[in-house]
Each structure stands twice: as structure tokens, then as C-alpha cells.
Design a protein around this ligand. Structure first.
Ligand code: 6PG
Length: 240
């Protein structure tokens, strides 16, 4: 099932996503696995989730936190997705260290990717990395996680996690591949702002060209896809 949900603004994206996560954790009997993303949009969600009014409605003992991608920098670097999550969310919730599974951005990118793939295989103990929820952002160029335009990572069908060089930012990243994202039970894109509007229209309504628009690769095989977008981001297609 694919759903596009348009809400007023970034604040509403964050609150709607927080309620969604609360509900998904509640519905899950045993452990709940979630992969987070970097970027400014999830940051707002993390800040909301860290507030007592939201935080206290989650049984955190069930929750296991992962990342869909990481920049290849040390974990205390301001560019690190782990660092951003720690400051906005992890420092404010009762998770034990063995519930937090970060990508080692400080390591060699190929080693970090291989290590993380191994960690996922151990965690899921099957050939299917079935996350309960994967959160994604969409970059201005149509990338998601660190699946960036015209890179070999987009063709990957076997590996779960790969190193990849992001030309636009001139840095190495480690990222989930499309097969991992598409094996999830629920995938939620968070997209905010007028700067994303035209790209979002192309991704949702334009021709299928995943090498230019990697977000189009996201099509869960046996799961739900939700696009949670604000009115500014929806402007290009909502009124046309
Ligand atoms: C990253 C990401 C990336 C991000 C998008 C959207 O580490 O950069 O995981 O895929 O989610 O670029 O970012 P914004 O929300 O900042 O636009």
C-alpha cells in the first residue's frame, strides 16, 4: 500500500510521524526495529519524540535503533547522523547501549559497510532484513538514504549495506541498499519545504528514472510506503 499524506508544515510532519511511531511500537509484540535517517526533517521528529508527552508513551525496552545511512566521519562530528540523533533523541530516552546499533562512520567505508551488513544479518537471523519501520528523507537531488544519483550503489541487488561516494558533497557514506529498504514492513518518507516541491513531483508523478531519482527505487515488496509531506513540498502536484 502506498499512501501520500499531506500535512500543514514541518511541525505537523514531526508530530504525525511521532504518533505513527508510537502506534507502530504499541502494535509490535516483541522487539521493534527502526532505521533512522539524517537530515533536517527527521531532526524535528527526534526533537518531538524526545518530549515527555511523546517519549513517555513508548515502551523503549522493545526498541532497537539503526541508521539507514551514515556519513564517514567520527561519531562526535557535527556531520554524523548518529551524533545528530544522540543530541536530539538518544540522550533523552531510556535506551541501553545494546539497543543502539550505529554505523561506524569513523572506520574505512568498505569495512564499516561490511560490518553493518553482518550486524543486520545477526540481528534479523534470517535472509530478510525486515525492519518494522524505515524512516527516509528525500534530498533536493532526489536521493534517499545515501543512494545518490548515478552511483553503482543503485544497482545493488545482493548486498544490504554498501560504501558510496557522494559527488555533490564530496564525501564517503555508508548506506542501506534498495533491497533492504524494500524488505521493510513500513517505509516512511518525511519531506518538507518548497525547495523539494518540483523534485517530489518528478519522483511521484514523473517517468521512472531511478538513476536520476533514486527515491523512485523505494517500493516495499511486502510492506507499506507512506509519504508524509507538508503543503509546501506538495505544492507542485497538489494544485495541478
Ligand atoms: C543524510 C540522509 C539523507 C537525508 C536527505 C534529506 O544523511 O543526508 O539520510 O538521505 O535524509 O538528504 O535531508 P533533509 O531533511 O535535510 O532535506
Amino acid at each position: 500500500m502506498t499512501e501520500v499524506k499531506v500535512v500543514a508544515d514541518l511541525d505537523q510532519i514531526a508530530k504525525t510521524a511521532a504518533e505513527y511511531i508510537i502506534e507502530q511500537v504499541r502494535k509490535t509484540d516483541n522487539r521493534f526495529s527502526i532505521a533512522l535517517s539524517g537530515g533536517s526533517t527527521p531532526k524535528s521528529l527526534f526533537q518531538v519524540l524526545a518530549k515527555p508527552a511523546y517519549r513517555d508513551r513508548i515502551d523503549w525496552s522493545k526498541v532497537h535503533v539503526f541508521w539507514g545511512d551514515e556519513r564517514c566521519v567520527p561519531p562526535d562530528d557535527p556531520d554524523s547522523n548518529y551524533h545528530m540523533t544522540r543530541e536530539t533523541l538518544l540522550d533523552h530516552i531510556p535506551l541501553l547501549p545494546d539497543q543502539i546499533h550505529r554505523i561506524r562512520g569513523e572506520a574505512d567505508p568498505a569495512d564499516a559497510a561490511a560490518e553493518y551488513e553482518k550486524l543486520l544479518k545477526t540481528f534479523f537471523a534470517t535472509n530478510e532484513p525486515r525492519f518494522d519501520v524505515i524512516l527516509l528523507g528525500m534530498g533536493d537531488d532526489g536521493h534517499t538514504a545515501s543512494l545518490t544519483p548515478n552511483t553503482p550503489a543503485l544497482n545493488e541487488t545482493e548486498r544490504w549495506v554498501v560504501p558510496t561516494y557522494y559527488e555533490a558533497k564530496q564525501n564517503w557514506r555508508v548506506t542501506f541498499t534498495a533491497p533492504v529498504i524494500n524488505a521493510a514492513a513500513n517505509v516512511v518518507f518525511l519531506v518538507s519545504g518548497s525547495g523539494k516541491a518540483e523534485r517530489l513531483r518528478q519522483v511521484l508523478l514523473g517517468p521512472y528514472q531511478p538513476h536520476q531519482l533514486p527515491s523512485q527505487l523505494v517500493k516495499p515488496t511486502n510492506g507499506n510506503l507512506i509519504w508524509l509531506v507538508d503543503q509546501a513540498a506538495a505544492a507542485q502536484w497538489q494544485h495541478n
